[in-house]
Design a protein around this ligand. Sequence first.
Ligand SMILES: NC(=O)c1ccc[n+]([C@@H]2O[C@H](COP(=O)([O-])OP(=O)(O)OC[C@H]3O[C@@H](n4cnc5c(N)ncnc54)[C@H](OP(=O)(O)O)[C@@H]3O)[C@@H](O)[C@H]2O)c1
Length: 345
Amino acid sequence: MKAFTIVDQSTGTLRPNEMPAPPAPAEDQVQLELIGTSINPIDPLVAKGYGAPLLDRKRQGPLIPGRDAVARIVEVGKGVTGLRPGQRVLVAASPRTGGTYAALFNLPRKCVAPIADTLSDATAAGLGYAGLTALQALAAAGLSADNARGRRLCINGASGGVGSIALVLARRWGATLTAVASERNQDWVRRLGADQTVDYRDPAAMAAIDADIILNFATPSDGHRQHDPLLDDLLRRAPTGGAYVTTSTPVLGAVTDKGVLRGLGTSGGIYLKKRLAAHRAGIRYRWVLFKEDEEKLAYLARVFADPDTPTVVSASQPLDALPEAFNDPKGPPSPGKGVFMVEAP
Ligand SMILES: NC(=O)c1ccc[n+]([C@@H]2O[C@H](COP(=O)([O-])OP(=O)(O)OC[C@H]3O[C@@H](n4cnc5c(N)ncnc54)[C@H](OP(=O)(O)O)[C@@H]3O)[C@@H](O)[C@H]2O)c1
């Protein structure tokens, strides 16, 4: 079968390859046929060995990246209930689980959720991993469909994959939204529901942000920063019900540099220190680490099957274009999600 694999881990280069088909799915697994997928920033990093001491311990054979997909069920394991062959599903897998860049792949049941006919292949292709992360970040901030109405939320990195989906969800839940994005993506975030937009290259506008809750999904080109002026400002203002949640954590970097135990110890120390400082100011401080979750996946599938939900897909390309985009040092196609489809769009 055709798969896309990392041929050289020193460069992290992705290439098409012929691979043996996977075995029949284990008891708690499903076997899936790829329809479409996307690139998440973690994959090109993992391809170069980032996080390997933690993520790569059980891998046998070449690395197949890919964290999300829309796929069709080929076969279900004996212990799997509620799914059947032929169903179309939304897929999201953590970097510790198998990759989706293959014609056929096996994943645990918790990585998939069935989808309605009204959810298009293109929308579903890039929704799972970024969408679950967005939902988990909103939950970490204490927000839900029941309590978000009127809450003042700022999304930093709002034009990216995770940020775009978080904007759509928070708009649907009735939050008041400030979106931080580059100048060229201001129209994009406005279309997804931002009430106000701020260009992160405008320090005065950044300093004037007065939201109570900050979700940080920004990926500055100079790497994952440990210092965020938006957090400092939130701690200084200390609004009632304030929260700061970030997906940018030092965990995998520390594990890569220091090994699993020392890396987890170092990053755990950083987390506790920051959480304590925030706690003293009455602010909830959280890191988000993606977690597989079939129920939240099913929720995402329902939201994006609604014809009134705006699309977060900015480009749809044939699957053969995947290596070129993956190997591009500028990162995943933006804004929102760029997707790669088996059947050429
Ligand atoms: N912890 C976890 O489990 C987890 C899970 C998923 C993702 N993540 C991380 O979360 C981040 C977002 O993921 P993603 O898929 O949304 O990435 P993405 O699609 O590449 O988006 C990154 C965003 O960062 C923005 N950005 C770049 N430089 C910036 C700056 N200086 N200030 C503010 N924003 C800036 C970009 O905005 P413009 O394009 O407008 O410049 C872009 O919208 C990534 O760092 C990713 O690794 C973590």
